[in-house]
Write a new protein. Structure first.
Length: 115
């Protein structure tokens, strides 16, 4: 049976998202991802739209069996940190695309490191 994997991370890393999507799909997993790449594509949205997208992504996490964090360059921003904390509160496993980076800092250190 396929797992449902929700990709989480900064929308500036479009290529890493696409790579993770392909890798997980080829493993036979169902992949949920971001709706747009705001930072990468320089898409301007209102604060209300950002809030709706953030809430929608939490609902995707609800549907998922696990999340995969796109932590390119050891970057994990505030939104992604919130998604990780939410997934953990829902007892969802959290994986990191770049495990050697993920092992060097815990989530709270990453958030502080990236501010």
């Amino acid at each position: 049976m396929s797992n449902i994997v929700c990709l989480c991370g900064s929308t500036k890393f479009r290529k890493a998202f696409e790579s993770a999507n392909l890798t997980e799909t080829l493993k036979g997993n169902i992949v949920l991802s971001v709706g747009c790449f705001m930072h990468h594509d320089s898409i301007i949205i209102t604060p209300e739209e950002k809030e709706k997208l953030d809430e929608l992504h939490l609902r995707k996490i609800d549907l998922a069996d696990e999340i995969l964090v796109i932590n390119q360059g050891n970057y994990i921003g505030l939104s992604t940190t919130n998604e990780i904390k939410y997934a953990q509160s829902q007892k969802k496993p959290v994986r990191y695309m770049f495990t050697e980076q993920a092992n060097s800092l815990d989530c709270s250190q990453k958030a502080a490191h990236n501010q």
